[in-house]
Ligand binder design. Sequence first.
Ligand code: DC
Length: 224
Amino acid sequence: MSFNVAIDGPAGAGKSTIAKQVARKMNLIYVDTGAMYRAIGLYFIRENISPDETDRIEEVCRKADVTIRYEKGEQIVCLNGENVNAWLRTEEVSRMSSRISVFPEVRAKLRQLQCRLAADEDVIMDGRDIGTCVLPDADVKIYLTASVEVRAKRRYEELQAKGTECSLEEIMKEIADRDHRDMTREESPLRQAEDAVLVDTSDMGIEEVAAEIIRICGEKRGWK
Ligand code: DC
């Protein structure tokens, strides 16, 4: 049986940074499910398909083939055979991935891929519905969150460090909009699973959060 850790939470809570650290220290494979939704979002953008064209969702699911492979521990997302990692982190793709993630057909397609990965390997998987829908029997479930203000400030500082012009107010609005969409959609909305441990990272450093999660995982795995 594989060992599975589920990490859910809103955008900017630090899920991927923390999950990567925990993966390294506990020898787990890090699965970033947001990147899979981003790849489908990218397909909509490239093909000039609007999420309002709901009659084309089935066609998108048929034509957009998303696969995952790992190179030196890094997750590579391929869209119809092309490594698209470099195209997934724009604000346009963030917005589109959140919009297209409401479609049950898209969710079912990606859930299948996620379940297969978790069945075969020891994984730490992050997303919005991992503990509630994708891996309801995960060994450890964490709900990682932080205030909108703190999450927006982290994103702002990240963009500034890259030399990208941005406004804190706009980022705050983008994050609040995305939270709202992700939490209120009908199909597997973002929410804390009943058996998930809540970790609020507003006043915690990365090391501290990672250490806490490793402690929880270690206990479950029978490590002392
Ligand atoms: O984690 P992220 O910001 O890369 O995710 C991008 C979008 O994908 C997010 O706004 C909602 C969607 N998503 C989802 O609906 N379910 C997941 N398990 C992961 C992401």
